[in-house]
Design a binder for this molecule. Structure first.
Ligand code: SF4
Length: 348
C-alpha cells in the first residue's frame, strides 16, 4: 500500500476528519474500467477477535460441548463455524445442563444472568467485550449516585438488554430525538446518559445534543461510548461515499454496526446493501455501476470479503483500489478464566 499521492481524490480529503488520514493503493489492470474500492479498516474488531478466540480456546482446553449464551458475535458464518467445531448456542441459560461450561457473548449480560449461572452451578467464561463492560461500569456508577440514566440504544439488542439490567430502576431507553422530547424525569438535575457501542455517530450526536438542551446538567461518559471500531468504519464509509456508485457491506442482518454502515452510506445519497456473503448480491444492483466500495461490519470474517471481491471480478470489476482511512492496532487480553487455566497448563 502506498502513501496517498498529490492526485488523491479531493472528496476523500474533505471527508478525512478527527486525525483520520487516508492511503490509497491501486492495483489496476490496463483494460479494466469498473473498479472495486476496498475500505480499511473493515471487518473484525478487537472485541470480536477476542470472543471468537475464547470459544476456540475453550473448545481446545475442555473439548465439546461448550455452551454459548446467545450468538457469540452477530454473524451467521462465525456462528455456523463454531457450531461445527462443537459449540452449542443457546438463547437462555436454562437450556444448558447444570454444571455445564457456558460462555457469555461479546454483547454482555445483565447481573441477573450472572446470578442465574451461579445458582445453577454453571462454569462461566465471560467473553463480554471490555468496551461493553466499560458502559456497564458507568451505569453502576451513575446509579450509585442516584442519577436517572438515559441509555441511547436500540430496543431488544443483546447489548442494550445487558446494560439496562445493571440498574433497571434507574434507566430509561431512548432511540430517537423524539424519544428525548417525551422524557419526563423525576429530577432533571440528576441525570446522566450512556450509549450502546454500535450506534450511528451522527444520530447519536443529535440525540445527545437534544439531551443537553433539555437537561443542561446532564452527565455523560468522559468520551462517548460508541466504540473505536464502529467509529472508524463509519468514518471510512463517509469518506468513500462521494467516490463510489455503490457500497456493499458484508455483515449479518442482526449486526447493529453493519446496519449502521449501510445507513451512513445511504444518508450520503449513495446506494448501499448489506450482504451476508456474495450469494446475496443481486446482479441488478451492479447495472450502470462503475465503482463498488466494499466494507465489512465488525463481526464479519475477512474470507467473506475475499469471496465478494472474486465475485465482483467475475462480473467485470477488474480494478482494485484499497483505501486506508486509519490503522487499527487495538488488542484485548483474554478473560482471566482462560488465562489462569492456560498458565497452570504451561506450568505443569
Ligand atoms: S464492535 Fe466495538 S464494542 Fe462491539 S465487540 Fe467490537 S470493539 Fe467491542
Amino acid at each position: 500500500m502506498t502513501q496517498l499521492s498529490p492526485a488523491r481524490p479531493e472528496s476523500l480529503l474533505e471527508n478525512a476528519q478527527n486525525g483520520f488520514s487516508a492511503r490509497v493503493d491501486q492495483q489496476k489492470t490496463p483494460t479494466a474500467e469498473k473498479k472495486i474500492i476496498l475500505l480499511t479498516p473493515r471487518g473484525f474488531c478487537a472485541g470480536v477477535v477476542r470472543a471468537i478466540d475464547v470459544v476456540k480456546i475453550a473448545l481446545d482446553l475442555y473439548g465439546a460441548p461448550i455452551y454459548v449464551r446467545k450468538e457469540i458475535v452477530h454473524n451467521r458464518h462465525v456462528v455456523e463455524e463454531l457450531r461445527a467445531a462443537g459449540a452449542i448456542f443457546v438463547e437462555e441459560l436454562s437450556e444448558a445442563p447444570s454444571g455445564a461450561r457456558v460462555i457469555f457473548s461479546a454483547h454482555g449480560v445483565s447481573p441477573a444472568v450472572r446470578v442465574e449461572a451461579q445458582e445453577r452451578g454453571l462454569k462461566v467464561i465471560d467473553a463480554t467485550c471490555p468496551l461493553v463492560t466499560k458502559v456497564h461500569l458507568e451505569a453502576v456508577k451513575f446509579a450509585k449516585q442516584n442519577h436517572t440514566i438515559i441509555l441511547i440504544g436500540h430496543e431488544n439488542h443483546d447489548e442494550v438488554i445487558g446494560t439496562l439490567g445493571e440498574a433497571p430502576d434507574h434507566m430509561i431507553l431512548v432511540s430517537t430525538v423524539e424519544d428525548v422530547d417525551k422524557l419526563i424525569l423525576p429530577n432533571p438535575e440528576k441525570v446522566a446518559f450512556l450509549t450502546q457501542t454500535t450506534l450511528s455517530l451522527d444520530e447519536t450526536t443529535s440525540i445527545v445534543d437534544r439531551l443537553r438542551q433539555r437537561f443542561p446538567l446532564i452527565k455523560g461518559p468522559k468520551s462517548q461510548d460508541i466504540c473505536y471500531a464502529t467509529e472508524n468504519r463509519q468514518v471510512a464509509v463517509k469518506a468513500v461515499a462521494p467516490m463510489t456508485d455503490l457500497l456493499l457491506v458484508v455483515g449479518s442482518k442482526n449486526s447493529s454496526n453493519s446496519l449502521r454502515l449501510v445507513e451512513v452510506c445511504q444518508r450520503s445519497g449513495v446506494a448501499s446493501f448489506l450482504v451476508d456473503d456474495e450469494s446475496d448480491v443481486k446482479l441488478e444492483w451492479l447495472e450502470n455501476v462503475k465503482s463498488v466500495a466494499i466494507t465489512a461490519g465488525a463481526s464479519a470474517p475477512e474470507h467473506l470479503v475475499e469471496q465478494l471481491i472474486d465475485f465482483l471480478r467475475k462480473n467485470g470489476f477488474g480494478a482494485l483500489e484499497e483505501i486506508e482511512i486509519k490503522e487499527e492496532d487495538v488488542r484485548f487480553s483474554l478473560p482471566p478464566e482462560l488465562t489462569q487455566i492456560q498458565m497452570s497448563a504451561t506450568s505443569i
